[in-house]
Design a binder for this molecule. Structure first.
Ligand code: NIG
Ligand code: FE
Length: 416
C-alpha cells in the first residue's frame, strides 16, 4: 500500500536532533517544511519531498491533496485516567461554589467516589464508555495514549481495569500504553491499615500483573492524601524488580521529595510538578527524565500552573498531557490544553506542539517509533484543515483535525 500526502502547505516534522527528545531551544524548532509531500509505504514514512508532481499520482494507491493543509505527527497523550464509571459533576458544582478539590476528597468524594462507581461497573460497561472516549481522542488526532488503572484499588478491580485497557488496545486504532496505578489512594477498607494495602500491591498485584503482562508502567500518587515517600519508594522498587517501568505523580499539592526519588529511581517520567521549587527544577534539568505537565488540571481545579517556562529554560525535557479524568481534568481536548499551556504555563506555541508529540512519545519510551515525521518512522500523522499551524493553538478548543493516519492506515476522517 502506497499513499501520497500531496503538497501540504506546512509539514511539522518535530524531528529531534538526538533522535529521542527535545529540550531548551530545540523545543522551539518544529522542523517546518513548506509545500512538501509525504510518501507512506505500508506502516512507514518513506519519503518527505518537494519534488513530487501530479504526474507521479499513478504510482500511488491513495492520494490526498493537502493544499492549504498542515500535517503534524499524531498526538501522544502520555497521562490519562480514561477508564472510569460515574460522574463527578456534583463535585464540579461544589468547586464552583467555593470548595476545593482537596476538601471534597477529604469529605469522602474525589477519587473514592469514582472508585465506588468503577467497582460497580462491569467490564462490558467500562469498555463501552472506554470506546466512546477513545473515539473522541482519535477525532482530536491522538494516535497513542497512556491509560492508568487506579479506580479499582483491590485485586479484582485493578485487574478488571487493566484487562479492559488491554482489550481496548486490540479493538480500536489508538495504541494504548497500560499503567498500573493501584497506588492512587488508600481505599476506605484499608484506612486503618495502610501497610496492608501497600503489601497487597507489592506482594500480590505487581507480581500478578507482571506475570500476565497487563501493565508496562507502574505509577504512584505521592501526596499527603495518598502515598508517602517511603511507601512510594517501596512500591516503585518492587515494580522495577518485576520488570515494570516506574513513573510518578508528584508535587501536585505538596512537595514531598518526589523529585529526589524520581532521580534516584530513574523514573521514565515525573508528572504534575505544579508546586516544584527551583532547586528541584535544576535537579530534573540534569537528567533525562521526562517532565509531564498537565495544564488542564491547574485550569480545572484552580491550582498553581507548573513553571514550564523555567523548566524549559533550565533544560528539562518538558512534555504535555491531558490527565483526562472525572475529577481534575474533564477534558480530552489536546488543543485546548496547548492553548492553556501557552497562556498560563508560558510555553510558546512551538514548544506546546513539540511537547505533545516528540517529548510525550519520549515520556512513554516510544520516541524512536512515533512522535515525529521522519523517514523510517511509523506513519502516525494527522492532516489539519488549516494552512497555518499557529491556528491550532491560537484558536482555543477548536478541532482542526480532518484526517488521522495510524500505522499508515486512514483511521478517521471528519465528515463535513
Ligand atoms: O492526576 N492526582 C491524582 N489523580 C488524578 C485525579 C484523579 C481524580 O480526581 O479522579 C490527577 O489529578
Ligand atoms: Fe493523573
Amino acid at each position: 500500500m502506497k499513499t501520497l500526502l500531496f503538497r501540504a502547505s506546512q509539514v511539522l516534522s518535530c524531528q529531534p536532533q538526538n533522535g529521542l527528545f527535545k529540550r531548551q531551544n530545540e523545543l522551539n524548532d518544529l522542523g517546518l517544511f513548506e509545500d512538501f509531500s509525504i510518501i507512506i509505504e505500508d506502516e512507514t514514512i518513506t519519503e518527505i519531498s518537494n519534488k513530487i508532481s501530479t504526474t507521479d499520482f499513478k504510482r500511488f494507491d491513495l492520494v490526498f491533496d493537502c493544499k492549504n493543509k498542515v500535517i503534524i505527527p499524531g498526538i501522544v497523550d502520555p497521562h490519562t485516567h480514561l477508564i472510569f464509571a460515574g460522574s463527578r459533576s456534583d463535585e464540579f458544582e461544589m468547586r464552583v461554589s467555593g470548595l476545593t478539590y482537596e476538601q471534597i476528597a477529604a469529605k469522602g468524594g474525589g477519587i473514592i467516589k469514582t472508585v465506588n462507581a468503577t467497582r460497580n461497573a462491569s467490564k462490558e460497561e467500562l469498555k463501552i464508555s472506554g470506546h466512546e472516549r477513545l473515539k473522541e481522542a482519535l477525532s482530536l488526532g491522538v494516535t497513542t495514549i497512556e491509560i492508568k488503572s487506579g479506580y479499582g484499588l483491590d485485586f479484582n478491580n485493578e485487574v478488571k481495569m487493566l484487562e479492559v485497557i488491554n482489550e481496548l488496545n486490540e479493538e480500536q486504532p489508538i495504541e494504548i500504553i497500560p499503567t498500573f496505578l493501584g497506588a492512587h489512594t488508600i481505599p476506605n477498607e484499608y484506612s486503618q491499615n495502610r501497610e496492608a494495602y501497600v503489601k497487597s500491591i507489592t506482594d500480590s498485584l505487581i507480581p500478578y500483573l507482571s506475570q500476565k503482562k497487563l501493565a508496562k508502567y507502574c505509577d504512584v500518587f505521592l501526596e499527603r492524601s495518598a502515598f508517602s515517600y517511603d511507601e512510594t519508594k517501596d512500591i516503585l522498587k518492587t515494580a522495577i524488580k518485576f520488570g515494570m517501568k516506574p513513573k510518578l505523580h508528584a508535587d501536585q499539592f505538596n512537595s514531598l521529595g518526589g523529585v529526589s526519588l524520581a532521580v534516584e529511581l530513574e523514573v521514565c517520567s515525573i508528572d504534575h510538578l505544579e508546586v516544584t521549587n527551583d532547586a528541584d527544577i535544576k535537579k530534573l534539568s540534569k537528567t533525562d527524565i521526562a517532565c509531564v505537565i498537565l495544564p488542564g488540571v491547574s485550569y480545572f481545579i484552580k491550582i498553581p500552573y507548573s513553571s514550564a517556562r523555567k523548566m524549559i529554560d533550565e533544560g528539562c525535557i518538558v512534555a504535555l498531557g491531558t490527565d483526562f479524568n472525572p475529577g481534575s481534568c474533564m477534558s480530552q481536548n489536546v488543543f485546548l490544553i496547548m492553548n492553556i499551556a501557552s497562556l498560563y504555563n508560558q510555553m510558546n506555541l512551538n514548544e506546546t506542539i513539540n511537547a505533545f508529540t516528540i517529548n510525550s512519545a519520549y515520556a512513554l519510551g516510544l520516541s524512536k517509533k512515533v512522535g515525529s515525521i521522519e523517514i523510517g518512522k511509523q506513519a502516525d500523522l494527522i492532516i489539519l484543515n488549516t494552512n497555518d499551524y499557529k491556528n491550532i493553538v491560537y484558536y482555543f478548543g477548536k478541532n482542526f483535525v480532518q484526517t488521522v493516519i495510524k500505522r499508515g492506515i486512514v483511521v478517521y476522517e471528519r465528515n463535513h
